[in-house]
Ligand binder design. Structure first.
Ligand SMILES: [Zn+2]
Length: 226
């Protein structure tokens, strides 16, 4: 049988279309060469701990320092090799990652389900707002620290430069909606803009939010003004 040029073209076109359709259905768009200013990549935060100098000393030994394991996207931030056990009234969670550098105040960021496991009820807060937050016990290789407060469920937010925010007609502290594609797609309301110098555009959500919306690191989502 002779395959004419036009039949061949038809076959190639169909295969190409099928391939593109399959690729498009496989996952929401993930692209690092992003030119649309309204698109921002996702960064999923697993449970983690920021430590103060005094808690670092008490948990890992006086004068101890964090060991840098891997850089995070936000400049200067890194995952440390050090981990701790979180111990609550109902249970404990081991191998909780410490993030560096050290901070003024210890802050523990967990998911709502982690709170169930531990038997505590942390409030949903922006980073740094620790008044009346939940307590937990931190167990390290050197010692143990009982925190009366410091545990929060971090509110989702978008990091960007002030100049990028301005380009979108936004400023630090503004709330936006975020539209997500895919089979678990939807709209996230009340997403706070965190505009600061030396930041990389990135939307931070926790593991539960990521799973609920079928999101992974670097998937692009769309900012929508409220
Ligand atoms: Zn963040």
């Amino acid at each position: 049988m002779e395959i004419t040029r036009s039949v061949l073209d038809e076959i190639v076109a169909r295969l190409l279309a099928q391939g593109l359709k399959a690729a498009a259905e496989a996952a929401p768009k993930s692209d690092t060469s992003n030119n649309d200013p309204w698109l921002v990549p996702i960064g999923v935060s697993n449970r983690h701990i920021h430590l103060s100098r005094s808690d670092m000393d008490a948990l890992f030994g006086p004068g101890s320092n964090l060991t840098r394991m891997g850089a995070l996207k936000q400049p200067g931030q890194y995952a440390a090799e050090e981990t701790l056990v979180l111990r609550g009234p109902k249970g404990q969670i081991a191998k909780v990652r410490v993030l560096g550098p050290l901070r003024k105040e210890t802050q523990i960021e967990i998911s709502i389900a982690d709170g169930f496991t531990l038997g505590i009820k942390p409030p949903m807060r922006m980073s740094g707002k620790l008044e009346q937050s939940a307590g937990v016990e931190l167990v390290g290789p050197y010692g143990t620290v009982k925190k009366e407060s410091g545990v929060i469920v971090a509110l989702r937010h978008i990091h960007m430069l002030p100049s990028e925010a301005e380009r979108l007609g936004l400023k630090n502290g503004d709330e936006v909606d975020v539209v997500i594609d895919g089979v678990r797609g939807g709209v996230m309301n009340h997403v706070t803009i965190r505009a600061a110098e030396a930041s990389i555009p990135e939307m931070h959500i926790d593991v539960e939010e990521a799973n609920a919306f079928g999101l992974k690191n670097n998937v692009l989502v769309r900012i929508r003004k409220v």
